[in-house]
Write a protein that binds this ligand. Structure first.
Ligand code: UT7
Length: 312
């Protein structure tokens, strides 16, 4: 029994905040933001659009795309560090709104790596035949913890949601291998402070990210018994184009084999990989039987890499 992604969906808020908008708000420039991060604009959720609302929009699409009904879901996992409130969780709220009557629900708190943690968790339940269908949503309303006075972080983040239904797929397809990790000693480099603001030591996170993205990609490829050259498409966490490029170069992949959505959405944390997945599928860049490597890192510090043979 193999577990794989059988349906996807996403939600991007309508409101666009461009680099030019930031030039009016603080001492920064479009040139600095573009060259240092690759970001051109990001989406910001309306005040009355909660994390659970974005999760719902993405989830409905993913369930429909999978061709199942919400009542068939066995488990709902929501990866977020910006839940509506500490509890009830976003996954509880989603379970009710979707009418997923038999589903268990829990949130996963692993910052930007949360969607990778979700995929690895879903795989366990499905491959042991405990559950058949697991919904995972990566969703963030980072705008509510952004310190709008801090130019070194405010320009980086965006809001949004990406969802996937994981279920049984045919032999040879689905999640072939994964790696999850944590280094809590680096927690001080990226956290939410007592006033509810995101605080980051960009340089330290940058160094960690470059090392970790490369190393965990190589390890997950070895675990699956494939070669770097076999990778058809790389979906890195969209945090900084320079970090993404270093991972791509380490794997020896050409530019067209890496997902790049950071210019449109900024860093949407747990939502960045599933949103990118949806965009790339819509653009026809991912085909049946392609070998897809997803790799992320983030606060915790945490990381995760997942290798998938695409198709049902
Ligand atoms: O998913 C969460 C994980 N987070 C990340 O992946 C973030 C990883 N880190 C990064 O992406 C980069 O470190 C940043 C984009 C955050 C910063 O880039 P950097 O090349 O590491 O710049 P820096 O922090 O070393 O700052 C360079 C200069 C500083 O000025 P001085 O001290 O050299 O005069 C900053 O004050 O850039 C200045 N600066 C800005 N200037 C214009 C910082 N933010 C801005 C800004 N506009 N928005």
């Amino acid at each position: 029994m193999n577990a794989g992604i059988i349906g996807v969906g996403k939600y991007n808020p309508e409101k666009v905040l461009t680099n030019a908008d930031f030039e009016k708000m603080m001492d920064t420039s479009d040139e600095w933001i573009r060259t240092r991060t690759g970001i051109e604009e990001r989406r910001i959720a309306a005040d009355d659009m909660e994390t659970s609302d974005m999760a719902y929009e993405a989830a409905v699409k993913a369930v429909k795309h999978a061709g199942i009904s919400a009542e068939e879901l066995d488990l709902i996992l929501v990866a977020t560090v910006t839940p509506d409130q500490p509890f009830p969780t976003v996954s509880n709220m989603l379970q009710d709104r979707l009418g997923a009557k038999k589903a268990a629900a829990m949130d996963i708190s692993a910052a930007c790596s949360g969607f990778m943690y979700g995929l690895a968790t879903a795989k366990q339940f499905i491959e042991t035949k405990t559950y058949k269908y697991v919904l995972i949503v990566g969703v963030e309303k980072l705008s509510k913890i952004t310190n709008w006075e801090d130019r070194s972080t405010a320009v980086l983040f965006g809001d949004g949601a990406g969802a996937a239904v994981v279920g049984p797929v045919s032999e040879g397809r689905g999640i072939l291998a994964f790696e999850l990790g944590s280094d809590g000693s680096g927690g001080k480099y990226l956290y939410e402070d007592k006033s509810g603001h995101l605080v980051m030591n960009g340089r330290e996170v940058f160094k960690f990210a470059v090392r970790q993205m490369g190393e965990s990609s190589v390890r997950v490829i070895e675990k699956a018994g494939v070669r770097k050259e076999d990778i058809d498409f790389l979906i890195p966490h969209q945090a900084n184009i320079r970090i993404m490029e270093s991972a791509r170069e380490r794997l020896g992949l050409p530019v067209e084999k890496m997902s790049k959505t950071i210019h449109k959405y900024g860093n949407t944390s747990a939502a960045s990989i599933p949103i990118s997945l949806v965009d790339e599928l819509e653009e026809g860049k991912i085909k049946e039987d392609d070998l897809i490597l997803m790799v992320g890192f983030g606060g915790g510090l945490t990381w995760g890499a997942v290798l998938i043979r695409w198709g049902r």
